[in-house]
Design a protein around this ligand. Structure first.
Ligand SMILES: NC(=O)c1ccc[n+]([C@@H]2O[C@H](COP(=O)([O-])OP(=O)(O)OC[C@H]3O[C@@H](n4cnc5c(N)ncnc54)[C@H](OP(=O)(O)O)[C@@H]3O)[C@@H](O)[C@H]2O)c1
Length: 313
């Protein structure tokens, strides 16, 4: 069995005898001499490089992407009988940190403080004596209603931390029911939830069903003091509708780690949208626990066992 490992991160999975691991460069398509591989691990490959080999690996049985979102691998065109497994779980801790940083930055108005600092201005309006819950603004997570839309590996890791800070946390996923001790609703109840949401955290994958999931109508359901954070995929937000909502003060602020087109084009209206904090897809980018996942899935592939994180196709 030939297993191709990417050169984009150090990997040392425990492999059973008979598995030959070969490291390949992700900056180009898999070279011809390795198109006979049985298994392929990808991380940081371009969609075009994957598409260039997707139909040219006759022995390929399994592709493991280390990304939590398998959209790039799904789009490459690997044959239907090739099992694809994703990296859900490998990014939960890092993306949780970033989501928490963005939520707290908005709640604690750090962008306004940074702007004032750049102008050598003591922003008295941001500090001093103040009500715990001022009218029309969320300035603490204590008693804040946080809705986490996309309540998978990352959402379930983030929720207890928000809760520890005093927030009332709920999730939205494809199926309703309690998960990890938190109430989770499905799409039918989404608009009702949005109406009572102070902070919306989006952690959705890019799929046909999630395209522009946060559209003008759902933005309109949020109260004007609402804060919106997206650490999932840019395709899940209607960016024109978001810019309009910010410009018209129909929501208070937003923070995006991901945008529909990345890098964000110089002419995008997002750059200058009021009260918008942008980070350059910085939340994840460093899988944690990749060796253990690859070790497990190689063993399962050889024994006919259950692979972890199989992606529905
Ligand atoms: N910014 C970054 O650097 C970064 C890093 C890592 C990941 N991400 C993004 O974050 C996403 C989530 O990662 P994860 O590890 O938490 O994935 P996950 O465990 O697969 O969770 C995905 C969640 O989204 C829900 N979902 C999917 N389609 C939905 C729909 N149409 N409506 C409502 N909910 C829907 C799923 O619902 P069910 O549970 O009911 O199926 C699940 O709760 C990834 O797909 C990736 O795009 C971004």
């Amino acid at each position: 069995v030939k297993l191709l490992l990417p050169d984009s991160l150090p990997l040392a999975p425990d492999l059973p005898e008979g598995v030959e691991a070969v490291t390949y460069a992700v900056s180009a398509p898999v070279p011809d001499e390795h198109l006979d591989a049985d298994a392929l691990v990808v991380w940081g490959n371009s969609g075009a490089d994957l598409a260039a080999v997707a139909g040219r690996m006759p022995r390929l049985r399994w592709v493991q992407t280390l990304a939590a979102g398998p959209d790039a691998v799904l789009g490459a065109g690997f044959p239907e009988d090739v099992v694809i497994t994703g990296g859900a779980g490998l990014h939960s801790r890092t993306v949780t940190e970033h989501a928490l940083a963005l939520v707290l930055a908005l709640v604690r108005r750090l962008p306004a403080a940074a702007r004032a600092q750049a102008g050598h201005r003591w922003a008295g309006e941001l500090g001093g004596l103040q009500p715990l819950h001022p009218d029309g603004a969320v300035t603490t997570l204590i008693d804040a209603r946080v809705l986490v839309w996309g309540f998978g590996a990352i959402g379930q890791n983030l929720a207890p931390l928000l809760s520890a800070l005093g927030a009332d946390v709920r999730g939205v996923a494809r199926h309703a029911g309690e998960r990890a001790g938190f109430p989770v609703v499905a799409e039918d109840d989404l608009e009702d939830e949005l109406r009572r949401t102070d902070v919306l955290v989006m952690i959705l994958p890019a799929t046909a069903a999630t395209a522009e999931a946060l559209d003008a109508a759902r933005l309109a359901a949020l109260p004007p003091h609402a804060l919106v954070v997206n650490v999932g995929r840019g395709s899940t937000v209607d960016e024109d509708a978001l810019v309009a909502a910010l410009q018209e003060g129909r929501i208070a602020a937003a923070a995006l780690d991901v945008t529909a087109v990345e890098p964000l084009p110089a002419g995008s209206p997002l750059w200058d949208a009021p009260n918008l904090l942008l980070t350059p897809h910085a939340a994840g980018g460093r899988p944690v626990g990749a060796d253990a996942l690859i070790t497990h899935n190689v063993a399962a592939l050889l024994d006919g066992g259950r692979l972890r994180n199989v992606v529905e196709r």
